[in-house]
Design a binder for this molecule. Structure first.
Ligand SMILES: Cc1ncc(C[n+]2csc(CCOP(=O)(O)OP(=O)(O)O)c2C)c(N)n1
Ligand SMILES: [Mg+2]
Length: 696
């Protein structure tokens, strides 16, 4: 498409009649088409349509220093419609984003773009945080980025509230999100938008790619509400962009967003999917797959582009970005660094905090604050112990913040003495996420992406509602965590709807995620020591509703053993081998201890293994694992109030697994324990049978 020259042109070239802005926009479009064609897979339609919007945002507005992609106060750009990944890769390339500060290596080279979607490339099918510099969060599951962006915007407000000084703003970044029809159909974006509206996150701007097309055809098929009215009802400021090719109007809309100080902004951009593709534009045929050689030639002709050129970045385009986002970002970053240097002089503690936040380090010596719980036969629920630990950590780590999906009184996650995070108190540390588990999980990921030690919480049974963000936190290698209480049939009268069964197995199957099901209060404290020491692994902390004894650690082994995932809690007398090994997690460890003591009284040597974290145990070397579970000892009983799936790994082919084979039931806990066989007697009986079986 040839448009009248406004900016400097590239004289003497095929592009002499196009503005540099227009050439840059068409470069994004043609790189996208060429990369998808070469890969013979991908999604060309959205980038072709969104190129003017994304270009204008990046080169005219975004406060981002391509030479320092980790600059803490950079504006965040989230491509929630991750299938449009080529849009982001083209921008990262053209903006000259470097692999890291001080390096000349490009984050995404032209060769990387030619390698789109290939094995080990930096340009995977959907943007992956940590793999490609410049990608702020992993997207692809629609709605996820929208949810993350709400957490990022909350984090910006939180950081500003804590570290900005009069006349010296260290944190005032904005968060921009591009989202598609699919993003806005997904429930998580509604949860996140509702929360963002409530919190009046005026630093948050979603740009909606309203092309009325999704995979199956026109959005009329399934999506007919008035999105603008919906967002207005959420408390957002809604703007319209009637023509996504009108860069002047885009700029004006973004300026209006920046001037809006009391609510988040939604810009509804009317776009034409696959803009410029002669037969496919405006149809679902432009959503995915290579457009085909003829279609691409036709589109290039329409753009005023050489039809034979491929992967062409015309002279002047890179320089145009360098003069736009490059110069603006460098100046802003330099000013920020000067402000930060002043802070280092005037408030070294605050500066140290910021450095720790940006490098995912906890405060020095933080774990000395972890409480030690005295032995107590009656004990406390592990959720109660967790509440105590949370409050101890909160005192020494100011950027430890979190909340609950409306269950804090039950999950015991409230940080005492700290305000709630609300519009008037953006520096609050207790987040009322509302009954929005999926949105909470996605927002917590956003908080963690900003460096805060963030957590969410709900009942374990509802972790299913937030499985997608948990999975993404593991994929992104974020060190955030979730507190899941009411971990079993221990819930009692609330019944099977509230009693998790298959959830532990599901969480344990997520690569990289650490799960912990502590056996008592001291294991809870030790779990936090490990969880908050992580820099690249998220955790799920699984806690009981009901009290359980706090083990006497002068009799039983130290809870520090938790760091190895599983440890010998009680053993056969020195010099003798155990005749049976009893393995338990959480509330079932006490059943194993009960059976162990009964056997001991009869002179039968047994071993109890507390196994709070399968993953940490699997991380140990073979020698340690064989030390805890010697292959020669085949008499084993594993006990857990959860689905048995996976336990055969530790029970062995001839061991016994006492677990859940059905859903639970509604009854007082005592009755349920008998009904489902979770009593010391049952464990004892199984132990005797195992000994008999293996000793012939
Ligand atoms: C949670 C989730 N469900 C399904 C998909 C598969 N998917 C990818 S894009 C898409 C919808 C495409 O429509 P839209 O979001 O409007 O994108 P456009 O085609 O306009 O680029 C779907 C269903 C997905 N990526 N994430
Ligand atoms: Mg669409």
């Amino acid at each position: 498409m040839a448009t009248a020259a406004r900016d400097p042109v590239i004289p003497g070239t095929a592009f002499a009649d196009q503005s540099l802005d227009q050439v840059a926009i068409n470069t994004i479009r043609t790189l996208t088409m060429d990369a998808v064609q070469k890969a013979n897979s991908g999604h060309p339609g959205a980038p072709m349509a969104l190129a003017p919007v994304a270009y204008t945002l990046w080169n005219k507005v975004l406060r981002y220093d391509p030479a320092d992609p980790q600059w803490p106060n950079r504006d965040r750009f989230v491509l929630s419609c991750g299938h449009a990944s080529m849009l982001l890769y083209a921008l990262i390339h053209l903006a000259g984003v470097t692999a890291k500060a001080g390096s000349n290596e490009p984050a995404v080279s032209l060769d990387d773009i030619k390698n789109f979607r290939q094995n080990s490339s930096k340009t995977p099918g959907h943007p992956e945080y940590g793999l490609t510099v410049g990608v702020e969060t992993t997207t692809g599951p629609l709605g996820a980025g929208c949810g993350n962006s709400v957490g990022m915007a909350m984090a910006a407000g939180w950081l500003g509230a804590r570290y900005n000084k009069e006349g010296a703003a260290l944190f005032d970044y904005n968060v921009y999100t591009l989202c598609s029809d699919g993003d806005l159909m997904e429930g998580v974006s509604s949860e996140a938008a509702s929360l963002a509206g409530h919190l009046e996150l005026s630093n948050l701007c979603w740009i909606y790619d309203s092309n009325t097309i999704s995979i199956e055809g026109h959005t009329d098929l399934a999506f007919s509400e008035n999105v603008a009215k919906r967002f207005e009802a959420y408390g957002w400021h809604v703007q319209y962009l009637p023509d996504a090719n009108d860069t002047g109007a885009i700029l004006a809309a973004l300026e209006t967003f920046k001037a809006t100080k009391d609510k988040p902004t939604l810009i509804i951009a009317n776009t034409v999917i696959g803009y410029g593709a002669p037969t496919k534009q405006g149809t679902h045929k432009a959503h995915s797959d290579a457009l085909g050689v003829d279609e691409i030639r036709g589109a290039k002709k329409f753009y005023g582009w050489p039809e034979d050129a491929s992967f062409l970045v015309p002279d002047g385009v890179l320089a145009h970005f360098a003069e736009g986002i490059g110069q603006r970002g460098a100046a802003l970053n330099a000013a920020w660094k000067a402000t930060f240097a002043e802070l280092q002089a005037s408030d070294p503690g605050g500066a140290d905090e910021i450095e720790r936040i940006t490098t995912r380090k906890m405060p020095k010596g933080w774990d000395q604050a972890l409480p030690v719980f005295p032995a107590d036969a009656k004990g406390v629920a592990t959720r109660e112990a967790s509440g105590t630990v949370i409050n101890a950590i909160a005192k020494v780590c100011p950027w430890f913040i979190g909340g609950s999906a409306d269950l804090a009184p039950s999950t015991k996650t409230w940080i005492n003495g700290a305000p709630a995070l609300q519009p008037a108190t953006p520096g609050g540390r207790n987040v009322h996420f509302g009954v929005r588990e999926h949105g909470m999980g996605a927002a917590v990921n956003g908080l963690a992406l900003a460096g805060l030690r963030a957590f969410g919480s709900t009942f374990l049974v509802f972790s299913d509602y937030m499985r997608p963000p948990i999975r993404l936190s593991a994929l992104m290698e974020l060190p955030n965590f979730n507190v899941f209480t009411h971990d079993s049939i221990g819930v009692g009268e609330d019944g099977p709807t509230h009693q998790p069964v298959e959830h532990l197995a599901g969480l344990r199957s997520i690569p990289g995620l650490l799960t912990f099901r502590p056996a008592d209060a001291n294991e809870v404290a030790e779990a936090y020591r490990i969880i908050l020491s992580q820099t690249r692994r998220p955790s799920a902390l699984i806690l009981s509703r009901q009290a359980m004894p706090t083990l006497d650690r002068s009799v039983y082994a130290s809870a520090r053993g938790l760091e190895k995932g599983a440890y010998i809690l009680a053993d056969a007398p020195e010099g003798s081998a155990p005749r049976v090994i009893l393995v338990g997690t959480g509330s079932e460890v006490q059943l194993c201890v009960g059976a162990y003591e009964a056997l001991k009284a009869e002179g039968i040597a047994a071993r109890v293994v507390s196994m709070p974290s399968w993953e940490l145990f699997e991380d140990q070397d073979q020698a340690y694992r064989d030390h805890v579970l010697p292959p020669a000892i085949k008499a084993r009983v594993c006990v857990e109030q959860a689905a048995v799936l996976g336990w055969d790994r530790y029970a062995g082919p001839s061991g016994t697994i006492i677990g859940m084979h059905t859903f639970g039931a509604s009854a007082p806990l005592k009755d349920l324990l008998t009904k489902f066989g979770f009593t010391p007697d049952k464990v004892l009986e199984a132990a005797r049978q195992q000994i008999a079986k293996h000793e012939g």
